[in-house]
Design a protein around this ligand. Structure first.
Ligand code: TYM
Length: 348
């Protein structure tokens, strides 16, 4: 973390509930790497281990995935000498702040969160009830953001509403107890939503193996998923024209174009090939995977293997060092917030 007190603070966390996928990378981790390289930004990236408990009930899998997320951070190119990489659980002060913020949040507002509505309904379809952690999840996320005084919060589109909620809570706190918290921003540019390969929803850990490209998959595993991904159903034969707007592969090509990974003219080539039926879906899919392979997938895979070979001890040392730095930053800010609301933090 930069010692420059003028530096802006960027903060973001990822849950440890499975392997890191393309949605996590394009939506969030790619921005982490850009921010990590900036001299004017001090970065804190974490594993949202407490948030993981809202859906994860397997301790062995959780321990494996915590280290897996950190390996993915390193493989993506985050430098632990420049950025803090920490475990949310190692900063108990965040939970103190979360409680204070939960006393400012209303149940009605939490009930209206898209994420809550979606998750609750999915669980109901399975005949299961949603837990309270899932309900109050955005409050803990707000504490993650406000605790270190974050200025910038890089997240994918699905988390933007939660960052907005953190902004609301910061304003409410400041209004009630006097100016204290900074109002954080989502990253300057438009947040991204990567679609699942074979589903109507976003790519995600809960969308199933076939819909999800994992960063740690081999090229062949990735290609086997992309190859069979559904496209516009109108494209039955090669000569049947299609609509790239109705196709998740088309959607991914548009994202690559939006973030500047496609060379000039590539998106037009894809769109015309589809609408004029001059190109089949196979080369369109191959192009998609190969652009990503060249731009980042191969590098990530190779670096991940290299870091994984160093063993758990290597990852654990990075987290331990990051935990100390994160806590040193967050503890005094939370203590100040406790004092603002009238709690007595030192008795002698
Ligand atoms: P999580 O673990 O679900 O996702 C981690 C990051 O990946 C992004 N993401 C996507 N972006 C685009 N397309 C997709 N298909 C896609 N799937 C996931 C998410 O938007 C996110 O940025 N609550 C958070 C973790 C968290 C957090 C925080 C984030 C806890 N505290 C404080 C920022 C700041 C979550 O569950 O993310």
């Amino acid at each position: 973390m930069s010692t420059d007190t003028q530096a802006k603070v960027a903060l973001s966390l990822i849950r440890a509930t499975g392997r890191t996928h393309l949605g996590n990378y394009l939506g969030a981790v790619r921005s982490f790497v850009t921010l990590d390289a900036r001299e004017d930004v001090s970065c804190i990236f974490g594993v949202a281990t407490l948030h993981s408990l809202t859906t994860q009930g397997d301790p062995e899998a959780l321990r494996r995935d915590i280290r897996g997320v950190v390996l993915d951070f390193l493989a993506a190119g985050i430098d632990p000498e420049r950025s803090v990489i920490f475990d949310q659980t190692a900063v108990p002060e965040t939970l103190q702040l979360s409680w204070i913020l939960s006393c400012l949040a209303t149940a009605g507002r939490l009930e209206r969160m898209h994420h809550w509505k979606e998750k609750k309904d999915k669980l109901a379809d399975l005949g299961q009830a949603a837990n309270v952690g899932l309900f109050s999840y955005p409050v803990l996320m707000a504490a993650d953001i406000l605790g270190p005084g974050a200025d910038i919060v890089p997240v994918g589109e699905d988390q933007v509403q939660h960052v907005e909620f953190a902004r609301e809570l910061a304003r409410r706190f400041n209004h009630q107890f006097g100016e204290y918290f900074k109002i954080p921003e989502v990253l300057e540019r438009e947040a991204i939503r990567v679609p699942g390969l074979s589903s109507s929803g976003k790519m995600g850990k809960s969308e199933g193996e076939k819909a999800t490209l994992y960063l740690s998959d081999s090229y062949d595993q990735q290609w086997n998923k992309v190859k069979v991904a559904p496209t516009d159903p109108a494209r039955v034969r090669l000569k049947d024209p299609g609509d790239p707007q109705k196709c998740n592969i088309g959607g991914m090509h548009r994202i690559l174009d939006q973030i500047g990974l496609h060379e000039a003219g590539a998106l037009q080539w894809v769109n015309e090939g589809c609408t004029q039926a001059t190109m089949g879906c196979f080369p369109c899919k191959k192009k998609l995977l190969d652009v990503m392979e060249e731009a980042f997938l191969r590098d990530i895979r190779e670096r991940r293997e290299k870091f994984a070979a160093k063993g758990d001890g290597f990852v654990d040392e990075i987290i331990a060092a990051g935990n100390q730095k994160a806590r040193a930053r967050i503890q005094p800010i939370v203590e100040g917030a406790m004092q603002k609301v009238g709690l007595i933090t030192r008795w002698s």
